[in-house]
Design a protein around this ligand. Structure first.
Ligand code: GAR
Length: 208
């Protein structure tokens, strides 16, 4: 059983998709052993508690400096002994030591087709605002492994979503979530939990 730890910051709809997929059996051989959230008001915390998952709130604001927060954060992560860490809308930059310790064991969902609309400053609604500004006709979502860069790690899965002429950032965000994110993230976890994902020379191969 793959021990999954989810890190969240906001509404937690991707977390919900993970919980539902595990309950329904579309994700096999995985269990969510904990949820870490940096925002005590996030609805994601309630979703975790409703599902009976241990939820911990740990916010940088409550620590004197970044270093102390990082140490505490990493200790909390280690305590859960995760096989896989899933960043499901987590808006805090990870400690470098954590990225080294959990190399190829941290994945992130991003609401665009990387390498478009990603990197520093591209998160949440901002990604969709920029996609609309640029006038792309297709956008989507990406699940990738996390490395030292921002959204630069090996890509596991991507799914394209059409942009409509009258889209607002909110409407586009909703469509990307419904048509791509909520399917892609559970699918990636299922593939990893069942030994189907291999990384070679910085590229991901999915075994049949
Ligand atoms: C999702 O759209 C996720 O892709 C995005 O934040 C949202 C969280 O929503 N993540 C990023 O932008 C990371 N760069 P949720 O809390 O409802 O899952």
């Amino acid at each position: 059983m793959l021990r999954v730890l989810a890190c969240v910051s906001g509404g937690g709809t991707n977390l919900q998709a993970m919980i539902d997929a595990i309950t329904q059996g579309t994700v096999r051989n995985a269990q969510i052993v904990g949820v870490i959230c940096n925002n005590k008001n996030a609805y994601a915390l309630e979703r975790a508690r409703n599902a009976g998952i241990d939820a911990i709130c740990i916010s940088p604001k409550e620590y004197a400096d970044r270093e102390t927060f990082h140490r505490e954060f990493l200790e909390t992560v280690n305590m859960k002994k995760p096989d896989l860490i899933v960043l499901a809308g987590f808006l805090v930059v990870l400690p470098e030591e954590m990225i080294r310790t959990y190399q190829n064991r941290i994945i992130n969902i991003h609401p665009s087709l990387i390498p478009a609309f990603c990197g520093k400053g591209f998160y949440g609604l901002k990604v969709h605002e920029e996609a609309l500004k640029r006038g792309v006709k297709v956008t989507g979502a990406t699940v990738h492994f996390v490395d030292e860069g921002t959204d630069t790690g090996p890509i596991i899965l991507q799914k394209a979503v059409a942009v409509e002429a009258d889209d607002t950032p909110e409407a586009l965000q909703k469509r990307v979530m419904e048509q791509a994110e909520w399917k892609l993230l559970p699918q990636a976890i299922d593939l990893i939990a069942n030994g189907k994902v291999k990384i070679e020379d910085g590229r991901v191969w999915i075994k049949a």
